[in-house]
Design a protein around this ligand. Structure first.
Ligand SMILES: *Cc1c(COP(=O)(O)O)cnc(C)c1O
Length: 380
């Protein structure tokens, strides 16, 4: 039978029609007043999204480029930093910090759990010279949410410490206002909740972080944020920008701001709750003890390989993500960030039930869908 493929992976995510339309235009030159106007519009909208008046830098790179830029620009070799390492992307912070010769305190947390506040205080007590705390607000590999406000308070009490947050799957899902949360450096990327193809990274930095730009002694060329900040204030970039992506970002930011960030966060909460409750109703177990609203990680039932289940799901029309590293074959992840509404959740839960039935899991068809419908009705 003919089947449409529906994308439910935590990056890339589906594109809204307005974005697809913007991407399908002839290119314009970037050293023109026309592009400068669009760039300054985008900058203003990003500032609105993050409720700030400060610089928000755009880089032509994937999200990891933004992560690398924040290590390069705000630290010195030998700086001691604390990494909240609770998954694949926490691990990436550690690898980046080590690559550029920072001294890493690796707070390793088992996958699916969040950090322990007491433990953080204990580490800080032992090493008051810490220059940075690195965390994912939403750790996509384990679909776990980490509270950044507490870390902001901790960081602020230290003499010279900044909080660096990977917000790649939290910006556009939650209300992420760095100035209210005590975040000094915040990164996001285009192919997650910003609803664009990959290729753009966004970096916000606080006044406190800005002072570090002068002092940083790690070699860099392309990812020089001081140089970029100067250019971008005036609507230009140091090098050729990702012109079409920036034009499309102008559209996706309008969609987000028209919905309102508070409403957008509420919608993501309802979609995530409906997914989580439906999955539990079916009899499956969630991966995370502190689940993120961007995607839901689920253990495959005993005796069923998660990747076999994913193949079944694909046959029915749903592409979901698998587990990484030691979670491979054990879990699957359903994304619900960006261009998703409640009908998408009903569909994917229905697909999951059918795939489980086909693969031989003892299931009462419709139970999960009913639960999702109930949650949505109660919350809208
Ligand atoms: C996707 C993702 C990244 C990596 O982004 P790339 O665009 O693949 O470089 C980093 N952190 C988190 C939390 C992510 O979800």
């Amino acid at each position: 039978m003919f089947i449409k493929e529906r994308l439910f992976t935590p990056g890339p995510v589906p594109l809204p029609p307005q974005v697809i339309k913007a991407l399908g235009q002839q290119i314009i030159h970037h050293r023109t007043p026309e592009f400068t106007k669009i760039f300054l519009d985008v900058r203003k909208k990003l500032q609105k999204l993050l409720k700030t008046e400060r610089d928000v830098i755009l880089l032509a790179s994937s999200g990891t480029g933004g992560m690398e830029a924040s290590v390069l620009n705000f630290f010195r070799k030998g700086d001691r930093v604390l990494i909240i390492n609770a998954g694949k992307f926490g691990q990436r912070w550690k690898e980046l910090a080590e690559t550029f010769e920072l001294k890493v305190i690796d707070y390793e947390i088992s996958w699916g759990k969040t950090y322990d506040k007491e433990k953080v205080l204990q580490i800080i007590g032992e090493f008051p010279d810490i220059k940075g705390i690195f965390v994912q607000q939403s750790e996509t590999s384990t679909t776990t949410y980490h509270d950044v406000k507490f870390l902001g308070e901790v960081s602020n009490k230290l003499e010279d410490c900044i909080l660096v947050v990977d917000g790649i799957t939290s910006v556009g899902v939650y209300e992420v206002y760095p100035e209210e949360l005590g975040i000094d450096v915040l990164i996001t990327g285009s192919q997650k909740a910003l609803m664009l193809p990959p290729g753009l990274a966004v970096v916000y930095f606080s006044e406190k972080a800005e002072k570090r730009l002068e002092k940083s002694n790690i070699p860099k060329y392309y990812f020089d944020l001081k140089k970029e900040a100067k250019k971008q204030k005036n609507g230009q970039t140091a090098y050729t920008p990702a012109i079409n992506l920036i034009i499309a970002l102008n559209e996706s930011l309008s969609l987000m701001l028209d919905e309102g960030i508070e409403n957008l966060a509420k919608r993501h909460h309802i979609l995530a709750e409906a997914t989580r409750e439906a999955v539990k109703e079916i009899g499956l177990k969630l991966l995370s003890e502190s689940p993120s609203n961007s995607a839901t990680g689920v253990y495959s039932p005993a005796g069923i390989n998660a990747d076999d289940l994913r193949k079944q799901l694909l046959k029915i029309g749903f592409r979901v993500a698998g587990g990484q590293d030691h979670l491979k074959g054990k879990i699957f992840r359903i994304a619900h960030m960006g261009y998703f509404d409640f009908n998408d959740i009903i569909q994917v839960i229905s697909g999951l039930e059918m795939a489980l039935y086909k693969i031989g899991f003892d299931i009462e068809i419709g139970k999960g869908v009913k639960k999702a419908q109930k949650i949505i009705l109660e919350n809208s």
